[in-house]
Design a protein around this ligand. Structure first.
Ligand code: TGC
Ligand code: FAD
Length: 390
């Protein structure tokens, strides 16, 4: 039984349209019925529940911000954010699956793909018939994707792709991979690689302590023959994958708030029920301080998301604004999770409560899609005009 009923101290619901509330509430219900009762077992057993792919498709969680005629949900950016928030309230690994599919697979095909590519891939990805993944990170190039070594050469009617990607969400199960690789001139292009192409394999990464219900793996390309029609024609250069990251990082800024809301809600309920020294622990000032600070930070992050969502909807959100929100909200959620876990004492370390799972998940979320420090440097560059990466 999942009693979660939202956290809305500043009546931010009043800023949302009726359609937003409808979407938010239906995803909240979906999470209560399809994720909360099972997520602990999936994580303890480190299994990705394959049945969720079709369920997310039916829910409309894959590419909600992509136009409906191309298999998306035709929703606005606030609705997209709210969907990510509610799913990550259930689990960051579940949100990973969804945001990779929508922002990192459907989005590049929609934005940079040919009409034939859009028609071939997007409806199947939107419905959950196919699962996709996004290959940018490599064993030797994480924060520095511009150094990527994966490359392709041109033959008559196809390309030959060689190299490897690492830490790729959804990889072991993906039917389709959007892969970023350099051509002979060193220019980055996106290629759509399909499962079954000879020389393409996707070994799974085991022993994670984080995102245990999300499937992570490698993409290995050994002389893979990729048809020429699988190159994304609309945009090349490192800016192409980075533009996709803007969309995914925006979703993470919302998702992290969902995880924080759950930790706060669980800790508040526990503090009211747990008695020590003859009183609820909620009556002690130090516990109240923790709860008050959590609520303050969650409320600030919610307002940040709402404003960023409106800027994004108007086409005015910059990469640096998105970095600020991703960085702030994920760090905030991790800090809320750590404080919330302390309120539960020893009970905080077992799976009967969601907090420790969120905390471990957020250790990945603070690293992927640009680390906490890389986002600080993106902001530093915006403020000073001087890139400090190199
Ligand atoms: P830099 O020289 O700054 O930029 C290269 C070119 O890209 C352009 N650009 C952008 N274009 C569109 N949108 C953006 N947001 C852009 N940011 C930059 C830029 O103008 C330039 O264009 P041009 O024409 O001059 O060539 O690149 P750099 O090599 O100095 O690197 C900058 C840095 C470090 C900020 C960037 O590379 C970076 O963001 N690194 C972090 C890597 C990262 O975030 N990887 C994420 C992998 S995917 C993932 O983690 C998925 S997890 C999914 C899940 O499970 O939810
Ligand atoms: P590194 O780049 O080696 O960084 C290590 C440390 O050095 C960090 O603290 C970093 O901040 C710091 N550092 C690096 N450069 C600088 C600098 N210039 N200045 C100051 N500090 C610096 N990638 C994908 O492409 N697709 C996916 O689907 C995907 N899913 C993922 C799922 C999980 C569970 C995880 C953990 C990662 C995933 N990633 C994915 C990879 C993720 O994007 C990278 O891990 C991330 O970009 C950081 O790269 P790295 O791990 O190689 O760390």
């Amino acid at each position: 039984n999942d009693p979660f009923d939202g956290v809305d101290f500043y009546q931010i619901d009043d800023l949302l349209l009726p359609d937003h509330l409808l979407v938010r509430d239906s995803v909240r219900k979906f999470v209560k019925e399809n994720i909360s009762p099972f997520i602990e077992d999936w994580c303890q057993e480190a299994v990705f529940p394959k049945e969720m792919i079709k369920k997310f498709g039916d829910l409309g969680a894959f590419g909600p911000q992509i136009p409906a005629e191309y298999g998306g949900g035709g929703m606005d950016q606030i609705a997209y954010g709210l969907i990510m928030q509610e799913i990550e309230r259930g689990d960051s690994g579940m949100r990973s699956t969804v945001s990779v599919q929508g922002s990192l697979v459907m989005y590049p095909i929609f934005s940079f793909g040919s009409e034939a590519q859009k028609k071939k891939y997007l409806p199947k990805l939107g419905s959950g018939e196919w699962l996709g993944c996004f290959g940018l990170t490599e064993p030797n190039h994480g924060s520095d994707p511009g150094g990527m070594e994966t490359h392709f050469t041109e033959e008559e009617d196809h390309y030959i792709l060689n190299g490897a990607k690492m830490w790729i969400s959804n990889a072991p199960l993906a039917d389709v991979a959007v892969v970023w690789a350099k051509n002979s001139e060193g220019r980055v292009h996106g290629l759509i690689v399909e499962r079954g192409m000879e020389g393409f394999s996707t070994p799974e990464t085991h022993h994670k302590w984080s995102l245990r219900a999300s499937s992570t793996g490698e993409l290995v390309f050994d002389q893979v023959k990729v048809p020429k029609e699988n190159l994304l024609p609309g945009k090349s250069g490192l800016g192409a994958p980075l533009k996709c990251l803007d969309s995914a990082r925006y979703g993470i800024a919302w998702g992290a708030v969902g995880a924080a809301m759950d930790c706060y809600d669980v800790a508040r309920r526990y503090a009211l029920e747990r008695h020590q020294f003859g009183k609820p622990i909620a009556s002690f000032q130090l516990v109240q301080k923790k709860l008050a600070e959590m609520l303050t930070e969650i409320t600030k992050a919610q307002l940040l998301n709402w404003r960023l969502g409106n800027l994004k909807e108007a086409g005015k959100a910059s990469t640096a604004q998105i970095s600020l929100a991703k960085r702030n909200n994920v760090a905030m959620a991790l800090s809320v999770a750590r404080e919330a876990r302390q309120i539960l004492g020893a009970m905080g370390i077992i799976g009967d409560f969601s907090i420790m799972r969120h905390m471990m998940n957020l250790e990945s979320v603070i690293t992927y899609e640009g680390t906490h420090d890389i986002h600080l440097l993106i902001l530093g560059q915006e403020i000073t005009g001087i890139p400090a990466f190199k």
